[in-house]
Ligand binder design. Structure first.
Ligand code: AMP
Ligand code: ZN
Length: 119
């Protein structure tokens, strides 16, 4: 039994609006969407931050990014050739960046014009 929210979603103990998954990654809609498409992509295995994941299992980090690309294609944000309109990936680390869940997740955002810098 874990108290990690995202581990519990992977285990099916808490509902998730799943849009894509493989044996190692899991993608579901954010409960508080900030854009028409707002999906979180996570490794099924618990890792605290994207930087830690890069150091401990770089291949898994690659699978997370690849799944984000698959989701973006599914959502109509890119064509088969990687064309517009495009999308943004966000990975918050630590309190000043607003990380609230300490299981690494990449936000896939798209479907509207995204301002830069994000603020
Ligand atoms: P972060 O602030 O980068 O740690 O992002 C955590 C994200 O998880 C936020 O965008 C939340 O809206 C989202 N979130 C929290 N609980 C749930 C849930 N039960 N289902 C889907 N998304 C969630
Ligand atoms: Zn976890």
């Amino acid at each position: 039994m874990t108290d990690c929210l995202f581990c519990r979603m992977v285990a099916g103990e808490i509902p998730a609006d799943v849009v894509h998954q493989t044996d190692r990654v899991f993608a579901f809609r954010d409960i508080n969407p900030q854009a028409p498409t707002h999906v979180l992509v996570i490794p099924k295995e618990h890792h605290p931050t994207i930087g830690e994941l890069a150091g401990s299992d770089a291949a898994l980090l690659g699978e997370v990014v690849g799944a984000a690309q698959t989701v973006a294609r599914q959502e109509g944000l890119i064509g088969a050739d990687g064309a517009e309109p495009g999308y943004r990936l966000v990975a918050n680390t630590g309190p000043q960046a607003g990380q609230t869940v300490h299981h690494v997740h990449v936000h896939v955002l798209g479907g509207r014009n995204l301002t830069w810098p994000p603020g």
